[in-house]
Design a protein around this ligand. Structure first.
Ligand SMILES: O=C[C@H](O)COP(=O)(O)O
Ligand SMILES: CC(=O)C(=O)O
Length: 209
């Protein structure tokens, strides 16, 4: 699972209000070449959306985001999520998710949080909110003492098509996350063509290096 995750460079961070949009949304991302999705537990539809994607696209790398409690972790995994993200680091939730067999990437912003994440066995940490917390320069500085631990960052927050390569060009960054790939409005408007185009543009840019 970790190896599979490390192969992906772009992770769409999704807020979905209507679970019925889950399949066409996943299909649009796949059409654009992105076969990974993080469905955030910020809406009541998250659990059902994960279940629908798991059923319709069993080969898609499916995860949950904004997993803040052990109860959400159970619901995410029960619905078919194989990995989880959170904006912060809650050791209880990290352990709960790991004990249930999932791969968890807590959010960090400071050296102390990174060390906590390493102690919990996390090899990939979300750096959040990336742009606001210092962007690529901050990640580069943090990589100094920790890159030798085999640690990778998955920054999210303020990343767009225009600045994604500033992050992806850093060896310590395995993937970037972003909501721009499928915005709430685009999902509500069922604008699948635009979402597919955005996914394709990001995928091509990452592939070009
Ligand atoms: O809340 C932020 C999301 O995790 C993603 O951040 P973004 O909307 O800046 O891409
Ligand atoms: C940032 C956030 O909420 C997440 O990815 O879990």
């Amino acid at each position: 699972m970790l190896e599979e995750l490390l192969k992906r460079r772009i992770i769409p961070v999704i807020v979905i209000e209507d679970a019925g949009d889950a399949e066409p949304l996943a299909e649009a991302l796949l059409k654009g070449g992105i076969d990974i999705i993080e469905v955030t537990f910020r809406t009541a539809a998250a659990e059902e959306a994960i279940g629908r994607i798991a059923k319709a696209f069993p080969d898609m790398m499916l995860g949950a985001g904004t997993v803040l409690t052990s109860e959400q972790a159970d619901r995410a995994l029960g619905a078919g999520a194989r990995f989880g993200f959170a904006p912060g680091l809650n050791p209880k939730v990290v352990k709960h998710f790991q004990d249930a067999g999932g791969l968890f990437m807590p959010g960090v912003m400071t050296p102390s949080e990174i060390e906590q994440g390493l102690e919990l066995g996390c090899k990939v940490l979300k750096f959040f909110p990336a742009a606001q917390a210092g962007g690529p320069a901050m990640i580069k500085a943090l990589a100094g003492p920790y890159a030798s631990q085999g640690l990778k960052f998955s920054p999210t927050g303020g990343i767009t098509l225009d600045n994604m390569m500033d992050y992806l060009s850093l060896p310590v960054v395995s993937a970037i996350g972003g909501s721009w790939l499928a915005t709430k409005k685009q999902i509500a408007d069922k604008d699948w063509a635009t979402i597919a185009d955005q996914a394709k543009a990001a995928f091509s840019r990452a592939a070009a290096g």
